[in-house]
Unconditional design. Structure first.
Ligand SMILES: [Zn+2]
Ligand SMILES: [Zn+2]
Length: 269
């Protein structure tokens, strides 16, 4: 993903992408996703999507990539020559590989792919990931009722994305949301999602001046953080993807203060 660019234009682009993904999700035949939630594997932190048989429709995936390209070019015509070769590179074999590597967020593979094909570094992974998400989101919808909790450190129990966003629900309880697959699950108010630490002495909250609805929960054990947004006053609850994007200032504050989106357990020897 393009992490360094958070201009107004980029935010608008992301909103359009969220709308497209919602539309694409409706085009998937739900029968092509067959979850097989092995309890022991899930307790060991294997994400539900990895335990599901998914028959990807390659022609649909390619069509979505063409749609993203078209949208990117409308937003920035300079991209046209840079995106021109993509579709011809995407044979069925390459498309299947893209799906697999996007699923496991294999940044190294996509950087190499870009290099080998003379593309800008961000392009392949961005396209592959954007077109994969409707499948992850539909998988999340199918298994949502069975997703009650997450294993600390294992990321999202559906897609494995590192945890970084929570909201407070009507009775003040913490609900973690995955901005990638849109799954959600309950979590203890004072628990670090990255390392499981529940010690109130080493879990702190950073508040942001002028932003009454947001706080950053940080953990001194693993230096991980998550953003907590109190959405109780929102009339219309934004999707987790947009909530994540609209709260990107919190990521900057957390990272400036030395905290990471992925916790690292300190060596306590
Ligand atoms: Zn997820
Ligand atoms: Zn922690």
């Amino acid at each position: 993903m393009i992490k360094s660019v958070v201009s107004k234009e980029y935010q608008e682009l992301q909103k359009e992408i969220v709308l497209l993904q919602d539309k694409w999700k409706q085009q998937i035949n739900p029968e092509t996703i067959r979850p097989n939630l092995d309890k022991a594997a899930m307790e060991a932190g294997v994400p539900a999507a990895a335990l599901s048989a998914i028959d990807f429709e390659i022609s649909l995936y390619l069509q979505w990539i063409e749609e993203i390209n078209a949208m990117l070019i409308i937003n920035n015509p300079e991209l046209e020559p840079k995106l021109a070769s993509i579709i011809s590179l995407l044979t069925e074999e390459v498309a299947i590989r893209w799906i697999e590597e996007a699923f496991s967020s294999n940044h190294v593979y996509f950087v190499k792919f870009a290099e080998e094909n003379g593309l800008e570094e961000w392009i392949p992974q961005f396209l592959a990931e954007t077109a994969l998400r409707p499948y992850l989101q539909l998988t999340a919808e199918k298994v949502q009722d069975e997703i009650t909790h997450a294993i600390p450190g294992a990321g999202c129990p559906v897609c494995g994305e590192p945890v970084r966003l929570a909201s407070l629900n009507e009775d003040g309880r913490k609900v973690i949301h995955c901005p990638r697959c849109l799954a959600h699950w309950n979590a203890k108010r004072l628990e670090c999602a990255h390392c499981g630490n529940e010690d109130h002495k080493t879990i702190e909250f950073i508040t942001i001046e002028g932003d009454a609805v947001s706080q950053i929960q940080v953990c001194e054990e693993c230096n991980g953080y998550i953003k907590i947004i109190d959405t109780r006053q929102y009339i219309e609850k934004p999707s987790a993807a947009l909530l994540d994007l609209n709260s990107i200032h919190l990521d900057f504050v957390a990272q400036e203060n030395g905290y990471n989106a992925v916790g690292v357990k300190k060596d306590t020897h």
